[in-house]
Design a protein around this ligand. Structure first.
Ligand code: KG4
Ligand code: ZN
Length: 346
């Protein structure tokens, strides 16, 4: 950056289309959100009980231009005032990612603007920088979403050490599958969260997988199967199913594992700040349990407001900004990488 550029505000237009939300945000200097429009496709996917990739791509194509216009309008900004473009290029559904990428590259090309491709998972962590302007690395991040469950030590901006990950289902995926078995709507996480408040978390003892001694990896498929087996056996016996108790007991098992491993890992690393990120970070039980555990261990807990927990473009713009000011640029060759890993660079 030249000396003159350093003093100018950087106005980022960020685009996120990795799954089932078409989102566009305008940010000033990375952490001030001027608009964050999210067009959710949940209604389209509900009837299928999950995200249908072809439907997602088609809906992104239909929505993207309108969402860009709305984001500019709400930010009270014209195209001429945008100085920088950020876009998610992975991980995610390839057809869905390509819609956002094509739009971002077209704008960058037409207006000769710098472009930064963003890793969606890093975006979830950075949602916390928007919410908490005082937050700085180093910290431990627990990233829990529909596609990912990671325990990551973030030493500095852009520097990640993965200390634990799921070996099978992501935590959000487990919420969605158990919800489906209970006959609840997609996405299941918020439904289970709501129902769990009415149930007894100690009613049913579901197994928790801790894996080998000292491992910070997670496994949720055994727990999910135990819930499905429990539901089948109760139905076969003709017993009434106490939905709220099942939801509360399942949620309790998930959040206990997440909390215990996050605290143990942070103690081992000597980390005093914990950051919660991703769609499952919206879970009220998880927030409450981690808060108590952090207080007991003199650690600070950070999490974003609900809108910034689930997929949104503001978090993508925040990563793009930090990438930009550290001198990185993506070219117009930038392509979608459906299985992009955290910390991996294009
Ligand atoms: O981060 P996200 O919007 O998309 C991905 O990147 O995957 O996360 C979506 C996931 C879904 O599995 C959804 O059920 C879960 O987050 N989720 C929740 C809650 N709100 C959303 N899970 C538990 N409790 C919630 N309140
Ligand atoms: Zn996400």
């Amino acid at each position: 950056m030249t000396g003159e550029e350093k003093h100018k505000d950087i106005i980022t237009l960020a685009i996120e289309t990795s799954c089932d939300e078409t989102s566009v945000s305008v940010l000033k200097n990375g952490r001030t959100v001027l608009s964050n429009i999210i067009a959710s496709q949940i209604e389209q996917h509900k009837k299928f009980g999950g995200v249908v990739p072809e439907v997602a791509s088609r809906k992104h194509i239909e929505s993207i231009n309108g969402v860009i216009e709305e984001a500019l309008r709400e930010a009270n900004i014209t195209f001429n005032e945008i100085t920088h473009i950020g876009v998610t290029y992975g991980p995610g559904l390839v057809g869905a990612l390509l819609v956002g990428l094509s739009a971002a590259k077209a704008i960058a090309l037409a207006r000769e603007l710098p472009l930064n491709g963003v890793n969606h998972i890093e975006g979830h962590i950075y949602a916390n920088f928007i919410q908490h302007p005082e937050l700085e690395p180093p910290f431990m991040a627990l990233i829990v979403s529909g596609g990912h469950t990671h325990l990551v030590y973030m030493k500095d901006y852009g520097s990640y050490e993965i200390l634990g990950r799921t070996r099978d289902d992501a935590s959000g995926e487990a919420f969605d599958k158990v919800a489906r078995a209970l006959g609840l709507n997609y996405p299941g996480g918020p439904e289970i969260d709501r129902l769990a408040k009415l149930g007894n978390p100690q009613a049913i003892k579901f197994p928790k997988a801790y894996l080998e001694d000292g491992s910070y990896d997670f496994s949720f498929s055994g727990l999910k199967s135990a819930v499905l087996n429990y539901l089948n056996s109760q139905r076969m016996k003709g017993n009434d199913i106490q939905q709220a108790d099942v939801a509360a007991s399942f949620q309790q098992a998930v959040i206990e594992i997440l909390t215990e491993k996050t605290i143990a890992c942070s103690l081992e690393k000597g980390v005093k700040q914990i950051v919660l990120a991703g769609g499952v970070a919206a879970n009220s039980g998880l927030r409450a349990m981690l808060k108590v555990a952090c207080n007991a261990n003199a650690m600070n807990l950070y999490y974003p407001e609900i809108k910034l927990c689930t997929d949104n473009a503001a978090m993508i713009g925040c990563v793009a900004y930090y990438d930009y000011i550290s001198g990185h640029r993506s070219t117009l060759e930038l392509n979608a990488i459906p299985n992009l890993k955290i910390g991996q660079r294009h």
